[in-house]
Design a protein around this ligand. Structure first.
Ligand SMILES: Nc1nc2c(ncn2[C@@H]2O[C@H](COP(=O)(O)OP(=O)(O)O)[C@@H](O)[C@H]2O)c(=O)[nH]1
Ligand SMILES: [Mg+2]
Length: 255
């Protein structure tokens, strides 16, 4: 495996740490195609977005990627998802992380991509995410803040910048977006770690792999206006995320 952001705590920048690739290990592991890809998401009353999100994934991957929705909806989201070819796993609504941790462990395909079911994340960038995995990354993390994330409410943007700053200090590696919903993972990363957080799961999904030496690359992404209502309260959710970041960084530091 190539040199990783997490193995060198001396100020490595995950955005620019993509140059070195270990040719031998990438040959063994790929190259992966869309048939090796599962796109997974929690879905909770996302009638306004679900058809568009799944259609975008299918258009971009030629219908080859598997789509998995862990659904807690009381509206028609699961029916629409099934009609569009997704595999739907029903679950009582218990929060973001309960849904997404079930979603990431559902597929058997070697590359797992998370997204939100709200049309904010650019499915047209899926090929770039897969390419970075094929180039040796273990985790490719969509960085919404690189392009400014104009569509994000100002309070959330400030909060997300603060989370990235705190996590960077605690990890000793500069990261720019710890709470993004769009990432690609080698399945091995997802399976080798025990996930504990709920609202803070997206931060945990970056921090634990990075601090265990997996190679993380941040990929600048576009971020769009949300279709439908957010499911996360910015104050309560923000406090939960801050707590998760500190807890997870300390646990990994003293592991
Ligand atoms: N199944 C399930 N999905 C959830 C739950 N909470 C949030 N989600 C989904 O998780 C994703 C992220 O939530 P979102 O409202 O977009 O959060 P935001 O991006 O922080 O505004 C969306 O696709 C939601 O539908 C839940 O309790 N259960
Ligand atoms: Mg969202």
């Amino acid at each position: 495996m190539s040199k990783v952001a997490g193995r060198d705590p001396e100020g490595v920048d995950a955005r620019t740490n993509g140059a070195a690739v270990d040719e031998e290990s990438t040959e063994e592991m790929g190259p992966y195609t869309f048939e090796d890809l599962s796109v997974v998401m929690g879905t909770y009353n996302e009638e306004a977005a679900v058809a568009k999100v799944i259609t975008d994934i299918q258009d971009v991957t030629d219908g080859k990627a598997e789509v998995v929705c862990v659904d807690g909806s009381s509206d028609r989201t699961p029916e629409i998802a099934r009609e569009h070819g997704a595999r739907v796993i029903e679950q009582e609504p218990q929060g973001y992380g309960v849904a997404v941790s079930a979603a990431i462990s559902a597929p058997d395909r070697p590359v797992v991509v998370t997204t939100d079911c709200d049309d904010t994340y650019p499915m047209e960038q899926l090929p770039e995410f897969l390419e970075e995995i094929n180039n040796g990354a273990d985790v490719v993390s969509g960085d919404r803040l690189y392009h400014g994330a104009e569509a994000m409410p100002g309070f959330n943007r400030f909060g997300n910048q603060a989370f990235a700053a705190i996590a960077s200090v605690l990890m000793g590696t500069r990261v720019h977006d710890t709470t993004t919903g769009m990432r690609a993972y080698r399945r091995e990363v997802v399976e080798s770690i025990e996930w504990t957080e709920n609202t803070g799961l997206s931060a945990e999904l970056l921090i634990r792999p990075l601090m265990r030496g997996y190679e993380i690359r941040e990929e600048p992404i576009a971020y769009g206006e949300r279709a439908g209502e957010t499911k996360l309260d910015p104050i309560q959710g923000g406090a939960a995320i801050a707590k998760s970041i500190v807890k997870v960084c300390l646990e990994e530091r003293f592991r």
